[in-house]
Design a protein around this ligand. Structure first.
Ligand code: SF4
Ligand code: FES
Length: 198
């Protein structure tokens, strides 16, 4: 596979063509925050906290580093006034849904994000898709999916599959950046697939 060379935060880096900016940054020990990325899953680009600036032939644009493939000779900035400002707003929007999410609270400290900037809509799920994608791509059970769209989008367990598979798996639980997944499971189990009583 061919190699490319470019710059991240002033450091010259070499990578395989096809690697995303995030993959190269992680390989080089350069930190970019993520909420929906997982190395075992296909790139998703859902949360947007991993945006960076990429300068290419004099033009600077914002790209989502977990899905954007690195190119020869681009100059990437993982922090800048603009990147930080947009990241802060993204974090504030997510905090309106999940104000106590530990990774969000940590990010809020770094970027000076305010918990109360946007009207609260405590759905507690930030739609990172980690649970849904892990269940489909790694566990290959398809016991959980998204239903509805836009602001009404939410995760939902498929009772016939979840009743059979989830109790012995729960591999998705630690991936959830909020407390929503476990709560949704307990509720779904109580309503749709109660465990057999002794
Ligand atoms: S329940 Fe948790 S892991 Fe699943 S999409 Fe929502 S925030 Fe992400
Ligand atoms: S980590 Fe890149 S969009 Fe979520």
């Amino acid at each position: 596979m061919s190699q490319i060379q470019f710059e991240i935060d002033g450091k010259k880096v070499t990578a395989e063509a096809g690697m995303t900016i995030l993959e190269v940054a992680q390989k080089e020990g350069i930190f970019i925050p993520t909420l929906c990325h997982h190395e075992k899953l296909e790139p998703y680009g859902g949360c947007r906290v991993c945006i960076v600036e990429a300068e290419e032939r004099g033009w600077t644009h914002l790209v989502v580093s977990c899905v954007f493939q690195a190119k020869n000779d681009i100059r990437v900035r993982t922090r800048s006034e603009k990147v930080d400002r947009i990241r802060k707003t993204i974090i504030e929007l997510l905090l309106a849904h999940a104000p106590d999410s530990p990774p969000l609270v940590e990010l809020a400290k770094t970027y000076g994000a305010e918990k109360d900037r946007f009207e609260k809509d405590p759905s507690f799920c930030i739609h990172c898709g980690l649970c849904v994608r892990y269940c489909a791509e790694v566990a290959q059970k398809h016991a959980i999916g998204f239903v509805d769209r836009g602001i009404h989008k939410e995760i939902s367990f498929v009772p016939e599959i979840a009743a059979r598979e989830c109790n012995d798996c729960k591999a998705c639980f630690p991936l959830c950046p909020t407390s929503y997944l476990q709560a949704a499971f307990v509720l779904a189990q109580a309503l749709a697939f109660p465990p057999p009583s002794d």
